[in-house]
Design a protein around this ligand. Sequence first.
Ligand code: VG1
Ligand code: CO
Length: 544
Amino acid sequence: MTIRTVTTTPFEGQKPGTSGLRKAVSVFQGQNYLENFVQSIFDSLDGCQGQTLVVGGDGRYYNRQAIQIILKMAAANNIGRILVGVNGIFSTPAASAVIRKNNAFGGIILSASHNPGGPNGDFGIKYNVGNGGPAPEKVTNAIFEHTKTINQYKILDAGDINLDRPGSFKLGTMEVEVIDSVNPYVELMQELFDFEKIKSLVSSDNFKMCMDSLHAVTGPYANALFEKFLGAKEGTVQNGIPLEDFGGGHPDPNLVYAHDLVEIMFAENAPDFGAASDGDGDRNMILGNNFFVTPSDSLAVLTANATLVPGYKDGIAGVARSMPTSAAADRVAAKLGINCYETPTGWKFFGNLLDAGKATLCGEESFGTGSNHIREKDGLWAVLFWLNILAVKGESVEKIVKDHWQEYGRNFYSRHDYEEVESGPANELMDRLRSQVAEMKGKTYGNYEVDYADDFAYTDPVDGSVSQKQGIRIAFTDGSRIVFRLSGTGTKGATLRVYIESYEPDASKHDVDTQEALSPLIQLAEEIAQIKQFTGRDKPTVIT
Ligand code: VG1
Ligand code: CO
């Protein structure tokens, strides 16, 4: 087997976004496109020679071909050993767990997460470091710099590895181990949760649950966990067979895209509990009978009830949330006397806090929740956490959340997405806001007085690194807030995200419809940012 050195030229725009490099499949299929990025990863990693790397993806279209290319390039770049998932598949949380368990140097995860898949869909690739978490900006910036000057890559001339079942192979001098990640993942969950208690709940005749894997990566994990180990009825997991194009759907667990589940959970005689996860298994949506739990509230409820779960029975060190996530968790942290950290969007910013033991639980408004058990958000972990709480409390999802609001007040919350708008005007909208925020403090808009307004910048409390321009925050003195940012995971044009939040301490007003409760702020967001003028849209494409 010989190593081939191939001459190449740089591609524009191989800059990793919120969570890796994401582009249309057709872009990744272009000659040398994937290879350039993979070689740039190897070139920017000091000391990866002879080390172990973990490789796997969410099983979407082009996953198999990409994995074969990466294996041959890893062999040519003197990687010592690769752990790869059967069929090239790992959920993102499972990949993080495998990196940690095997003390791997890092991992390459292939996913475009919640973006649609298939030949006309999206593909993505990201590098995770040795703690199992997404590479911090220092590393992603170094990779990006390499993509700008790359002129050659190395690849081993060899046949494809059989990934159909577990086994050991050699590619040149590199070892390849094809492993199954479902059992190790189940074992990790068994360490954290009270399976006996959950089992008695989910297998009882009085309890019905529905788990929608949206034809994405969690199907096999969810089947093993719920139907095999926890005794849930057959058929509890729906859309449980992973498909390369996710059955043509958007594998995004929210009220819009997980419509099958939403229909079931908002029908008469609906199940007691419903959940869904995304393309790569790191997101979760939690529903009760005719009841939706916002991800921000979910983080707050998990934080408040953490000691009911064996893995967190001694209490949690701190909680962290991304900046646009509502302040519901902050109120719980204040009561518990622990720190609540506000980080930029993207899980990579939680890694240092988790490593340093400053935070135990983390969450994002975008249906992401997780803990220090790995360094990625974890969809099925969140589902089990909720089931464990339900099993201990013996109450409904709705009662638990409403009691929580009663105790802490309710943070009404909604995100309005304007997808695939033109990039130029979207950037102008943000630039205009950026130039205005400095003078907003103390200004009044109707009943709202601006408490503070800025373009969010974050200084990592562990390594002191600074991340600028993370989104426009306009906070008002009554605890309400409007946030504007552009998505870093979209692949077409720009996506404007507007996050709207208000705080209501009065329990008699907690049953108001969210969009209604937020309507003055929604109007104010339009007034301040002139969304219609810049995007040409008079309403969002997705409201969550
Ligand atoms: C979105 C979410 C962000 C999340 C990211 C990756 O990013 O808002 O909270 O971390 O997706 O999630 P953006 O830049 O489009 O707003 V996943 O499950 O797609 O890896
Ligand atoms: Co995801």
